[in-house]
Design a protein around this ligand. Sequence first.
Ligand SMILES: Cc1cc2ncn([C@H]3O[C@H](COP(=O)(O)O)[C@@H](O)[C@H]3O)c2cc1C
Ligand SMILES: O=C(O)c1cccnc1
Length: 336
Amino acid sequence: MKTISEQLQHKINLKTKPLGALGQLESIALQIGEIQGTLSPQLNKPTIVVFAGDHGIAKEGVSAYPQEVTFQMVMNFLNGGAAINVFARQNNIALKIVDAGVNFNFPPHDDLIEQKAGPGTASFLYGPAMTSEQLDFCFQKGAEVVRKCQKEGSNIIGFGEMGIGNTSAAAMIMSEVCQLPLEECVGRGTGVDEAQYAQKLSVLGKSQEFHGSIAKAKSILQTYGGFEIAQMTAGMLEAYELGMSIMVDGFIASAAFLLAQKMAPGIRQHAFFCHNSAEKGHEQLLAYLQVKAILNLGMRLGEGSGCAVAYPIIKSAVQFLNEMASFEDAGVSNKA
Ligand SMILES: Cc1cc2ncn([C@H]3O[C@H](COP(=O)(O)O)[C@@H](O)[C@H]3O)c2cc1C
Ligand SMILES: O=C(O)c1cccnc1
């Protein structure tokens, strides 16, 4: 009896095209078929969840933009005007916005899921970003929102984020997990200039000296945080448990994924890396995971925008697998 992977590969090879001619679409089709355990996979109710949270480290001059941009952008998401709104609408992707811990009290809104772990993390320059209770809360709530998406019929979910200062948190996580020097993990985020970049590197270097090396995934999260990053990690783990396909956005979402993979190595077979971000460090992060991103558009935005733009490509992979004729169906001669 052939394995499902062998049967899928056979089905792909018999499509009316030269062997391998659909390139990465073929590996995506194979992977979705493997995840769903079927020769005819379906994509149901694609959903992107954007987790927002503030960062204590933002007060140390590590971003080109002020902290209040986090809540202002959440309002923009709710009003439908951000990049992620545009691309999600374009591709019929459901969008959920989560307040994982923004330093602002939002008025109630139907499209906003309130699961605040606090009014932003503490600065990790002086101590851990969050308490163990806050981390537990993030794990519980991040998983809960994904379960809700699945109950609503979704079997493919994208993870995006918003949080001024979060390329700093992500760089700390990457350096720790990948055991790479900070210089290779720290990028310009929202676009810091030379002097601000030197300041960012110095603040992050001091933080790493203060905390020393940290082995456990959960301790890394508690130390460097992001409430939004912790909820993404938990959400990814839940999506894996539920057998869903996972779309990973850029640098920050990939840092959350690094921790999820440290906790559950099998998750990688469920993940699609939607794009290679222009943020320094992302390429090496993807190399560490030994994965190839779908797109390389020089994007460096976050918000789940890479997932929304890459989704139609994943859909093309599923469609060719389900709809394309085989050599036999179409009466086309196969290779001699
Ligand atoms: C207007 C605006 C919209 C954004 N949407 C996502 N980000 C992105 O930039 C931030 C990370 O960069 P850093 O670490 O340099 O602060 C995150 O909020 C991320 O989602 C944005 C940033 C800005 C300014
Ligand atoms: O790669 C990303 O997701 C990213 C890069 C820079 C700023 N915000 C997000």
